[in-house]
Design a binder for this molecule. Sequence first.
Ligand code: XMP
Length: 317
Amino acid sequence: EWTPASFVNETVDALKKQIGNRKVIMALSGGVDSTVAATLIHRAIGKNLFGIFVDNGVLRKDEFQQVLDTYATIGLNVKGVDAREHFYTKLAGKSNPEEKRKIIGGTFIEVFDREAHTIEGVELLGQGTIYPDVIESVSVHGPSVTIKSHHNVGGLPDTMKLELVEPLRYLFKDEVRRVGAELGIPADLLNRHPFPGPGLAIRILGEITEEKVDLLQRADAIFINGLKEHNLYDKVWQAGAILLPVQSVGVMGDERTYEFTLALRAVTSVDGMTADWAHLPYEFLAHISNEIINKVRGINRVVYDISSKPPATIEWE
Ligand code: XMP
């Protein structure tokens, strides 16, 4: 009979056999899958697991530090790499969504590969691949921190040629959460909403600038913290804010303003393939709208997205 405890025991044994005394490198995202996978590998090999968590400049507000703190609590050996400037430089002037995705993916591999070379004698690559990723390997998005392995292809970064360690390969998401709980991973991490690999870059429609990232981070934090405070966070499948490339006229005191519009998006869903807009209480939406407009100078209008998927997608890009 499958239980989280028996899975942990058997997997840790199997990992010890596979890895021996070799070193494993792994990219972490702060998400459920990579954290649970890393924790299992850490149980098996301890300090021979080298985690890398990259700040790509499009994480949520304070996320980099918060995630690193959580890893420290769990006892994982993770190096935080601040690569914000590198990503911003590459993203400058780019507004096409697919191009932005490619730049973020490519720059991430560059940064990760460089970090991998600072650790001597790494032979394996840990990944948080779960069963739906395996069966949907043709999916357009893919998991946020899976580096696709293309063996024996020339010209690829060295990290892609490493032997893979994928302890969650046969698990579904709910099983991953149960294993995570068994491992003592904090519930707020296990219950986090999905967050796309390209992060806020695909929630800033059009060109990305540091100023826009700052505006969106602050507005998004007000929305997400508000959902938590009002016990609504766990009732929606995913939520976030989108900064639109639209400015409109407003009034503040006796000044006219001409500032950005922010869209709020919250959906209910089972697997993200279809989704309905979440029927959040009007009072809550009114409160969040006021908070954002009063506190985030540069946004003077807030709208709520009432589109379902299909035909609308969850993300706007
Ligand atoms: P859509 O917008 O297609 O999103 O309805 C469905 C789910 O996928 C996430 N998503 C991504 N995840 N890289 C990712 O890792 C991506 O490029 C990407 N695009 C969308 C989205 O957040 C939602 O959970």
